[in-house]
Design a protein around this ligand. Structure first.
Ligand code: NA7
Length: 532
């Protein structure tokens, strides 16, 4: 079957890109989705306590005033189920379902040089041909399931947070293990601990976490956000992370100690991702960051009653925000419960999984269930899993063997007419992702419109431009606090054998948007366009 455009993935990016390609560019378009529903990340991440860390009134599309104003969010942070309902609502509103095929995983895509077409194959033996191939596979969709010896012998059930089964899972009276203490693990533990007989949390690296302070949205707040649609939409294009808060222009050193504390307390009580913005230099300067890192440490020590556990939970070794900042609801309080234990993997590493549980250096544990909250092969992983072969039989996994090479995070040399939404080389995971997605979809769509008008056969970035883009990202990252974390998935450290290079674009969404706009104004300088 021939199509003008194929989009892989029916999450936030795939749905909007389908609407753009089909309804605004008039292209015959198909979305191929592995899951059985729309939702992408929010289809798969059904784990207990799953909720977005970005506030609901901005974790949504802003391209349509009608869609924005017609949807009513319930709480400050949207639950997984609520986001899924929202995406289904958008899908219905734009009549997208008829152009999506579900339960089909793309297993390969090959560029046919002579025909200037992509051939896309799925695990259900379907084959499609298209001119434009667009990856909307998400940044955090390739689950990292650690290769721990003995996993196959485990008699109980085990789950990964990002591949959570559809069936209802009860932890009542169960002995549960949780491996991983990132954003997902921090959400899971307090919920599972409520019903489980016991919960044992295996921690490799302790994580800073700020209270989420979730709450029901008031009618006044909802009314105000709707009335401020235009201002909110505009604000999201101006802030570095595409969030609705601005960073303070003041340094922490502009204040004496008591005033600093007052500002920090206020931000802590407010909770949320904006905590890091209460001084302008927390995320930029190590000396300012140290003060705030210590402040968070003190807060945690005051919550956790057992001083030994508190010590383990706060033995950070990296600056606040150098790894993914997390939010929590009663995570640290959970360790005051009698049925919850913390195992520090640094002093007591896992040896293997047994048929009855987990064996560590110092102890053997019995478990009924194991939860892997062990994260993802972030950004490059989902794209590599597509098994792309570009021009002249060039394989993407070979081309990217030393790390992802893209120009603007949008296209790859040697892989003509292949676009990436929110992948490596773009601000992606360092932003409020729907804000970044919309910028990408709109830029890609304008580019396709231009290509179609120019009668183009194919387009790909110049190799030199892509090399410079990768260099630019690494130079920017070196100046940032991100590099102060010894291990982080921003740098590929969490996946054995993955190249160690900084993956997302680290200088913020407004700067990135400006660069993309300049390229467009200069008639897509840096891209080689071949005409019919
Ligand atoms: P993260 O942030 O990558 O967290 C994964 C956690 O799992 C983290 O604590 C890891 O420790 C730990 N981990 C990973 N591999 C192992 C092994 N082999 N053994 C023990 N512990 C391990 O993923 P999340 O799902 O929590 O969050 C990702 C994003 O998804 C989040 O920002 C939301 O947007 C949704 P480490 O720190 O690497 O030492």
């Amino acid at each position: 079957m021939y199509l003008d455009a194929i989009i892989i993935g029916a999450g936030f990016s795939g749905l909007y890109q389908l609407y753009k390609c089909r309804d605004q560019l008039g292209l015959k378009t198909l979305v191929i989705e592995e899951g059985k529903e729309v939702g992408g990340t929010w289809y798969w991440n059904k784990y207990p306590g799953s909720r977005c860390d970005t506030e609901s009134h901005i974790y949504c599309y802003t391209f349509s005033e009608e869609i924005y104003k017609n949807w009513k969010w319930k709480e400050r942070y949207p639950k997984q189920k609520e986001i899924l309902s929202y995406l289904k609502y958008v899908e219905r509103k734009l009549s997208l379902r008829k152009d999506i095929i579900f339960n089909n995983k793309v297993i390969s895509a090959d560029y046919l040089d002579k025909k200037n077409l992509w051939r896309v194959k799925t695990d259900k033996k379907k084959v499609f041909y298209c001119k434009y191939l667009i990856s909307a596979v998400g940044s955090l969709s390739a689950a990292n399931i650690p290769n721990i010896k003995g996993i196959k012998s485990f008699k109980g059930e085990w789950y990964h947070s990002g591949r959570w089964p559809d069936k209802k899972i009860s932890f009542k009276n169960q002995k549960v293990a949780q491996i991983g203490t990132g954003s997902s693990g921090i959400q899971i533990a307090p919920v599972v601990a409520k019903s489980a007989k016991s919960l044992t949390v295996f921690q490799r690296t302790p994580n800073y976490s700020v209270p989420a302070r979730n709450r029901k949205l008031t009618k006044t707040f909802i009314k105000n956000t709707k009335e401020s649609y235009k201002q909110i939409k505009n604000l999201l294009t101006k802030t570095p992370g595409g969030h609705a808060f601005k960073f303070s222009k003041k340094s922490i050193f502009d204040f004496n100690e008591s005033k600093r504390l007052e500002i920090l307390e206020k931000a802590w009580l407010n909770g949320g991702l904006s905590f890091r913005a209460c001084f302008g230099d927390i995320t930029k300067k190590l000396n300012a960051n140290k003060i705030v890192s210590n402040y968070i440490k003190e807060k945690i020590i005051n919550i956790v009653k057992d001083k030994e556990i508190a010590k383990k939970l706060t033995d950070f070794g990296h600056p606040f925000t150098s790894k993914r900042p997390t939010l929590n609801t009663d995570y640290f309080e959970t360790f005051n419960k009698k049925n919850v234990r913390l195992i520090d993997l640094k002093e007591n590493p896992i040896v293997n999984i047994t048929k009855n549980g987990i064996k560590t250096k110092n102890e053997e544990f019995k478990f009924d269930k194991i939860i892997f909250a062990t994260g993802y092969d972030a950004l490059s992983g989902p794209i590599l899993s597509l098994n792309l072969t570009g021009r002249k039989n060039i394989k993407l996994n070979k081309y990217w063997k030393n790390g992802p090479i893209t120009y603007l995070g949008l296209m790859i040399p040697n892989f003509p007419n292949f676009f990436i939404i929110s992948g490596p080389g773009s601000p992606s995971v360092l932003t409020n992702v729907p804000a970044q997605i919309q910028q990408h979809v709109e830029w890609i769509s304008e580019f396709i419109r231009y290509l179609e008008k120019s009668n183009s056969l194919s387009v790909e970035p110049e190799a030199k431009e892509a090399e410079n883009w990768v260099k630019k990202i690494n130079t920017l990252a070196k100046k940032s606090l991100f590099m102060k974390a010894k291990n982080s998935w921003y740098k590929g450290d969490n996946i054995p054998g993955k190249p160690k290079t900084f993956i997302p674009y680290p200088a913020g969404l407004p700067q990135y948007r400006e660069i993309c706009n300049k390229v467009r104004k200069k008639m897509y300088k840096g891209f080689n366009i071949s005409l019919k």
